[in-house]
Design a protein around this ligand. Sequence first.
Ligand code: 6GU
Length: 332
Amino acid sequence: YLMNIDIVSVFPEYFDVLRLSLLGKAQENGLVHVAAHNLRDWTHDVHHSVDDTPVGGGAGMVMKPEVWGECLDELLGLRGDAYDGDANPGEAAGTDPIGRHEPDSAGSVALTNGGSAPHPTDTVNDIGTSDRPVMPGEAATLDGAVISEDAIAPGNSADAHGTDAHGTVLIFPNPSAPLFTQRDATELSHADRLIFGCGRYEGYDARIPDHYRAQGVDVREYSIGDYVLNGGEVAVSVMLEAITRLLPGFMGNPESIVEESYTGGNALLEHRQYTKPAAWRSLEVPDVLLSGDHGKVDRFRRNEALQRTSEIRPDLIEALDCQQLDKFDRKT
Ligand code: 6GU
């Protein structure tokens, strides 16, 4: 698999839909493996409680660090300071990392647990696949700033930003975090493994991300927009789709990724699109698009993209990297 994805949530069934949508496709190509876990599998009390009242007062509930700690230690193959190795009878304490993804003899991927009792992997919703990955050229995986394969040069790839994701990344959706952007999606599409921790209620104890950062884990917190959702599940679905569609072999045509909105030097809203017929209910396709003059068509579309962006999203014009724009122009 190009990428292994673990999602931890108190509503793991929410991610069943991934089988139908994006991961249905990625499944066919054997690109990704996704497992949705129930956070409550890491509780020890009869009520399987995962939250508590906020210290300092206030409304709502906050997700407890201990449960997340046991869950994430296991998924990451770590042992926390306060880890109680005897908490799960039958589990080999402090030995091999558990919860790693390893292919079984059938070529599919199973969550292994170091020979311990099935808990908590017994309720894992395995949304995985067993086919071999398709690995075309690198062009599709590069930062959107790279327009064509011959334009690839050192300093042009996402690595040049120094924030490209490698190995394992732990991601927490959080409405109070920085915005998740196309750049983040591109960076994360290079990771080997993503672990998403879905918060519910009013949030999670701040020491959870702090702790794993201190352990050297690449931890990220993202909001997907300036509005409030009830939990991280929808936000994780959004991020997952933005990330996995960038995997090589996921999209049929890598150029359609390079040309679209928000990518690299092309960080404008896209021009409007038309298909046949040329006239529909007295509305006509712009003449220039029917002219067959590719230069004219390109200039028309670029002009429309600039006009629409300055009207609808002036903040994107502010943020434009003009050098990247020029590079794009020279290539088209
Ligand atoms: Cl990441 N989580 C929640 N609960 N609400 C959000 C969000 C995330 N991003 C925007 N609203």
